[in-house]
Ligand binder design. Structure first.
Ligand SMILES: Nc1ncnc2c1ncn2[C@@H]1O[C@H](COP(=O)(O)OP(=O)(O)OP(=O)(O)O)[C@@H](O)[C@H]1O
Length: 275
């Protein structure tokens, strides 16, 4: 598979002296479904902002499709790398939902029927058609996030980066985000989700990059992460409920070789799956 992103000894130190990234070597290939996880302040956003040129390395190199980001304009990078911010208010500026979606599409050169078709399709998918004339910033934060995602997704970027897409979303909103990622992946696109939501990771990522204090401390499958108690603790993460339940069931089954319904019920209560 072709490399989309490669970082070589990437370091980032902010002007106030905070060393946010320390010697990151990373390679992301086409079609990967990636989650970046780690406690607050571990460097997830700083790392991902290097992928679309919002930040430049203070030392080391970042290559996007083989080209050094220091020699590529942010405009050019944004034509194939879509980024949805943690706070959607930073990227919504149009006077209506329809205009918001149209803006990016016009920038990538869509016009006429193709442009109209893509806008209508996108609004329909995100259930935004009835609100097409409404101001994006007048919605709740969860819906604002979906509008930001819709306007970026509409452009079908080669790589989509989502910073905390499920924060503030109800169950339906989360499912919508997940389904959309699957749709993108089925069409051969790549995505990176920065998240604290381990249920989302379990369901929608095949590779998890774990960060702590500006470094990558593990890079592998979700199962590899959830079974590594040391790394989970170091990164202040908790496995999805269903995973820890399965683990407890396996242990209990191993010990007793008979997990009868009362024992099962007790485990479900212990795991907080039922009250
Ligand atoms: N503009 C900035 N100036 C100075 N320090 C910053 C700046 N932005 C981030 N930092 C610091 O860099 C470190 C990494 O921050 P970053 O936002 O990348 O972490 P994160 O893992 O994305 O956190 P969160 O989960 O809270 O979004 C933190 O110590 C943070 O305080």
């Amino acid at each position: 598979m072709a490399k989309i992103i490669e970082t070589i000894q990437l370091n980032h130190t902010y002007t106030d002296g905070t060393q946010a990234l320390k010697s990151i070597d990373l390679c992301i290939e086409e079609g990967e479904k990636i989650a970046i996880v780690g406690q607050n302040g571990s460097g997830k956003t700083t790392l991902s902002k290097h992928f679309n040129g919002l930040l430049r390395p203070t030392c080391g190199q970042v290559l996007v499709n083989g080209r050094d980001i220091c020699n590529t304009s942010t405009g050019e990078l944004s034509s194939f790398i879509g980024y949805v911010f943690q706070n959607p208010s930073y990227q919504l500026f149009s006077r209506s939902v329809q205009e918001e979606i149209k803006f990016g599409l016009k920038n990538i050169g869509l016009k006429g029927n193709e442009l109209t078709k893509r806008i209508v399709e996108t609004m329909d998918y995100f259930d935004l058609s009835k609100d097409r004339e409404r101001q994006p910033l007048s919605f709740s934060s969860g819906v604002r996030k979906l509008i930001a995602l819709a306007s970026v997704y509409a452009m079908r970027p080669q790589l989509l980066i989502l910073d905390e897409p499920t924060t503030g979303q109800d169950h339906l909103g989360k499912e919508k985000v997940g389904m959309l990622l699957q749709k993108l992946a089925n069409a051969g696109h790549t995505y990176i989700v920065i998240t604290h939501d381990m249920n989302f990771v379990a369901k929608f990522a095949t590779r998890v990059i774990v960060m702590a204090k500006g470094e990558i401390i593990q890079d592998g499958s979700p199962a590899k992460l959830f079974t590594n108690t040391k790394v989970m603790q170091k990164a202040h993460l908790h496995p999805p409920q269903v995973f820890s339940l399965a683990q407890r069931l396996a242990i209990a089954n191993d010990k007793q070789n008979d997990l009868d319904p009362p024992k099962m019920a007790k485990l479900l209560v212990t795991e907080g799956m039922v009250s």
